[in-house]
Ligand binder design. Structure first.
Ligand code: SF4
Length: 323
C-alpha cells in the first residue's frame, strides 16, 4: 500500500517483455539491496503484521482515498466493530456507511462494496477469501490494484505492484520510459520469484520514504544509489515531478558523481577522483582534498565507499566503491 493512490486500479496495458535498455545489469544485487534495506527498518503499519486477507482488504480499501497515517485509527475501529468477514457480511449496510462517513473515508460506495464483498466471500467462497489476483477481482469494488495487493500481502501470490510511487522510483533509478507497459515489464522483471509480499512492501516503502517527490537519497540511506540514474545525473524529475525538485543543494549531486566515477574506475587516488567530480577541483582549494574527504566520509558512513589511507602501495589515499 502506498501514500499516493492516484493511479490505483487503472487497468494497465498488456505487459510486454521489459525494455532491455531499462533492465539493470545486476538484478540480484539490486533485489538484495532493497530487501535488506526494507527489512532493516520500515514504517510500522498494523496491517503489515498480519497475513489475514480480511483486515488487509479493509486497509487497502480505506487507503484508496485517505493518507495512511489517518487510516490507522479508522482501520482499528472498523475491525473492533466488525472483526471478521462474517461479521461484516452480516452488518447493516447503513451502519457500515455511517462508519465510513464518520471517519471521513471518502466515497460511501466503497463502504457498500466492502460489505458486499464480505457477503460474496461468505456466500460464494464458504468464508475463505480467494487467493489469486484474478479471483479477488471478482469481489465487489476490488479492482486490479487492490486484488494484487491482497494477493501479495495475504497470500504472497501477487504480481509486481506498479503505482505512482513505484513508477517514480523506476523512472529515476533505471531510466524507464514514462510508459505503463514499460513500467510493468521492468517491475515484473525485478520482482523476485515467489517474493511478492516482501518485494511489493519494500519497493513501495522506497517510493514512500526515500524516493518521494523530493527525494531523500542520502538521508533515507537509499539502497539503490549505486545504480540510480537520477542520483548519478542529478536529474530528479519524474512522471509526477515535472520540474526539478528543490533539495539539499549540490552536495547530493556531488556524491552522485563520486559514485558514478568510482563505478567507472573502480578505485582512484583522491587527486584523480577530485577533478572528475568537479572540474574546478584543486587539492588545496575550496573544492580540494578537504572538501572531497567530507563527501567521501558521508559515503563511508553510508557504507557505499571506502577510503584506503595507506595500503595497497598507493602513496596517497585511494577511494573505492564498496561492493
Ligand atoms: S538514489 Fe534517490 S532518486 Fe535514486 S532511487 Fe534512491 S531515492 Fe530515488
Amino acid at each position: 500500500m502506498t501514500d499516493d493512490e492516484s493511479d490505483r486500479d487503472d487497468p494497465g496495458e498488456d505487459s510486454p517483455d521489459a525494455p532491455a535498455e531499462s533492465l539493470p545489469e545486476d538484478p540480484d544485487a539490486i533485489r538484495r539491496a532493497l530487501i535488506n534495506w526494507y527489512e532493516a527498518d520500515h514504517r510500522e503499519y498494523p496491517w503489515r503484521e498480519t497475513t489475514d486477507p480480511y483486515p488487509i482488504l479493509v486497509s487497502e480499501v480505506m487507503s484508496q482515498q485517505t493518507q495512511l497515517d489517518r487510516v490507522v485509527d479508522a482501520w482499528a475501529a472498523f475491525l473492533d466493530r466488525w472483526p471478521t468477514v462474517e461479521a461484516l457480511a452480516a452488518a447493516d449496510r447503513s451502519d457500515v456507511v455511517g462508519f465510513w462517513t464518520a471517519h471521513s473515508l471518502g466515497y460511501n460506495n466503497r463502504a457498500k462494496y466492502l460489505r458486499e464483498a464480505a457477503g460474496q466471500v461468505m456466500s460464494e467462497h464458504g468464508g475463505s477469501f480467494p487467493e489469486t489476483p484474478e479471483e479477488l477481482q471478482e469481489l465487489m469494488g476490488v479492482g486490479p490494484y487492490t486484488a494484487n495487493a491482497v494477493a501479495s500481502f495475504a497470500f504472497n501470490d501477487g504480481d509486481a505492484v506498479v503505482d505512482t510511487n513505484v513508477k517514480r522510483v523506476l523512472y529515476r533509478a533505471f531510466d524507464v520510459p514514462d510508459d505503463d507497459a514499460a513500467f510493468e515489464a521492468v517491475a515484473s522483471a525485478l520482482m523476485p520469484e515467489g517474493g511478492s509480499r516482501v518485494w511489493n512492501n519494500a519497493i513501495m516503502e522506497l517510493g514512500g520514504v526515500a524516493c518521494g517527490k523530493v527525494p531523500e537519497c542520502d538521508a533515507a540511506g537509499c539502497p539503490w544509489r549505486e545504480w540510480c540514474h537520477a542520483y548519478e545525473t542529478g536529474d530528479f524529475t519524474a512522471p509526477d515531478v515535472p520540474t526539478q525538485p528543490e533539495f539539499e543543494g549540490s552536495r547530493r549531486q556531488m556524491r552522485g558523481r563520486v559514485i558514478s566515477t568510482l563505478k567507472e574506475y573502480d578505485e582512484l587516488p583522491l587527486d584523480d577522483l577530485g577533478p572528475r567530480v568537479r572540474v574546478d577541483y584543486s587539492p588545496d582549494g575550496e573544492y580540494g582534498r578537504e572538501w572531497l574527504r567530507g563527501l567521501l566520509s558521508d559515503l563511508e558512513d553510508d557504507g557505499l565507499v571506502s577510503v584506503n589511507d595507506s595500503g595497497d602501495g598507493h602513496a596517497e589515499p585511494v577511494a573505492r566503491l564498496r561492493r
